[in-house]
Design a binder for this molecule. Sequence first.
Ligand code: PMP
Length: 354
Amino acid sequence: MSKFFSAKYAALTPYVPGEQPKDAQYIKLNTNESPFAPPASVVEAAKTEAGKLHLYSDPESAALTEKAAEVWGVKRSQVLMTNGSDEALNFAFMAFCDEKHPIVFPDITYGFYPVFAELNGIPYEKIPLKKDFSVDYQDYVGIGKNIVIANPNAPTGLALPLWQIEEIVKSNPNNVVIIDEAYVDFGGESCVPLIEKYDNLLVTQTFSKSRSLAGGRLGLAIGCEKLIADLNTLKYSTNPYNVNRMTAAAGFAALCEREWFEKNCAAIQEVRAYTAESLANLGFTVLDSKTNFLFAKSDKIGGKALYEKLKAKGVLVRQFNAPRIADFVRITIGTRAQMDVFLAKTAEILEEEK
Ligand code: PMP
């Protein structure tokens, strides 16, 4: 740390992204990316815009926002496009939370929430998940604080039904409820339709998983007009050109590829079911995932040891050294062929442990 670093950030522990190794060719099942490259139309759209990189992008991302509003069935003024959904989440923390407006979230969830809180000087409270790792929605009913819940949750993969989300939103009318739907396209129920009914609901989604654009950095926030206007105030106070030209064009093209999107989401869910069943046959406990990853543990080997041994065999998964979940690994769903390698290596490791 330099002697110039502001005291307000001195205690900040930054978010640690999943490994992006350069030393070897791994089967990468550690960062919940899509195993499918974007379709040709998306690549072409980005290429065309590459030739215009001397010009700033449209600060309103007008064409993309219009298209997104159509796809999600809302008004253009109810949508903000962002540089990944991480940016939408950070804007929401900045906009709606402060010393007097703390935020609560589950104790086991997306690791960026406490970082956004600390970055912005926001007090936060973690509410323990139930024993079965599910969120008890009643813990949040009428809590009178801002709330962020990933639904489905990460890294557990478990989802809450829509009616429970509605109970949380309805019972906290004086607080903002942020529902992070990064993984909703793999079997969850989106609460976007509720934004018409509740002015305190903000939903975030991403193009990083189901739309194969993790490297493009594109996300969005959906909420009532006033919430979106507040987020825009922050966007125009930090980075008006937050979505670059190539990404805006790629995102637009991706939204036009409806069949491609649906086919890939279905493929992931099919391979997920196959992998979950195969892991169960190997004796693993596997949580009921509604995402593009599985959260699983074996009683024959610890999470860290399994992670390390898989890495040595060329397969990367993610493991969290945190209370209650250290024995689990989080496995991104790849192609069927990738999962077969993962399963074969896992079986080998269990054999070696005997
Ligand atoms: N929310 C959750 C729960 C996530 O796992 C991720 C991916 N790391 C994000 C949000 C952010 O994704 P992105 O910024 O790529 O949209």
